[in-house]
Design a protein around this ligand. Structure first.
Ligand code: SF4
Length: 288
């Protein structure tokens, strides 16, 4: 069976930087202890497990905001994830006297800066994102005046009187879905300033998956909680290629590869290459 490894795949620069910072903090005993991580530093269980082994205390719970999770931390160091946090989280962490290590990706920081700038200049601001994703939580936390757009109906239901409108988006969304939402938005608000902020790493990975040569199955290696990994599955399906998300080699057990003559493999920006290598190896053994 032919196995195409799609490139680029795996860690983006933002994730590499965040992990390098996290590992340095854990190695350096001069940081105030304990070392808490507010939420998963990146969306990958294996990585989070290995950080825990090295002494990290992960404070996370689904449906709990970063601001709520911070209530559980009273001393030591708090590490903010690559997704960024809201100004209220910064303020609360400072008030608690915590030592802060900020691993927010530079691309997310730009979104925060621009959002603040347009709000200060009196614009009505909108944000295309996924409600409970931490990156979205961080941006929406800048101001209660930001309108969240998740789907077409949100645009249809939106009423804005001002002609000064700014709209931007979460960095890891699907390029195609976001482009469509922007087209619909512009039809309703033709004077709006559109600021598409899907990051370069996301764009390149999605393009590579979309432009791949046709195969019987495209496997995306990544966590179910990883937005950019899930988007890669959607992109492959939009190209007409059956696709699935696989977190680890164990999940291959129930997949029947016997009728497939070609597959392709890519991975999300938060997936370590070692996991992808293990999965490729496991597939080779299964079809041998
Ligand atoms: S996916 Fe993009 S925005 Fe997110 S951490 Fe990586 S480079 Fe930064």
């Amino acid at each position: 069976m032919k196995i195409n490894k799609i490139e680029p795949r795996g860690y983006c620069q933002g994730v590499k930087n965040a992990l390098a910072m996290a590992q340095n903090v854990l190695k350096d005993s001069s940081y105030p202890q304990p070392i808490y991580f507010l939420g998963s530093i990146i969306h990958n269980h294996e990585v989070v497990r290995s950080l825990k082994k090295n002494g990290a205390v992960i404070v996370d719970q689904s449906q709990k905001s970063r601001l709520e999770l911070l209530d559980r931390i009273e001393k030591g160091t708090v590490v903010f994830s690559a997704h960024g946090v809201s100004p209220a989280v910064w303020q609360k962490a400072r008030e608690k006297g915590l030592h802060i290590v900020d691993t927010t990706c530079a691309n997310v920081k730009i979104v925060h800066q621009k959002m603040k700038q347009f709000l200060q200049n009196g614009y009505e601001c909108c944000y295309i994102g996924t409600k409970y994703h931490p990156e979205c939580e961080g941006v929406l936390g800048i101001s209660s005046r930001i309108h969240l757009i998740e789907k077409t109906e949100d645009i249809e239901n939106l009423t804005i009187q001002s002609s000064k409108i700014y709209i931007t988006n979460q960095t890891t969304l699907s390029m195609m879905d976001t482009r469509k939402l922007y087209e619909i938005f512009l039809k309703k608000f033709p004077l709006a300033i559109i600021d598409n902020r899907i990051c370069n790493a996301t764009t390149l990975r999605q393009k590579a998956v979309y432009e791949q040569e046709p195969v019987d199955l495209c496997i995306i290696v990544g966590d179910a909680s990883s937005s950019n990994s899930k988007k890669l599955v959607e992109v492959a399906k939009k190209r007409g290629i059956p696709s699935m998300l696989i977190e680890n080699a164990d999940q291959l057990k129930n997949i029947d590869f016997s009728h497939l003559s070609s597959i392709s493999i890519s991975s999300g920006a938060s997936t370590p290459e070692e996991i992808t290598d293990t999965i490729i190896q496991a597939i080779k053994e299964k079809v041998r």
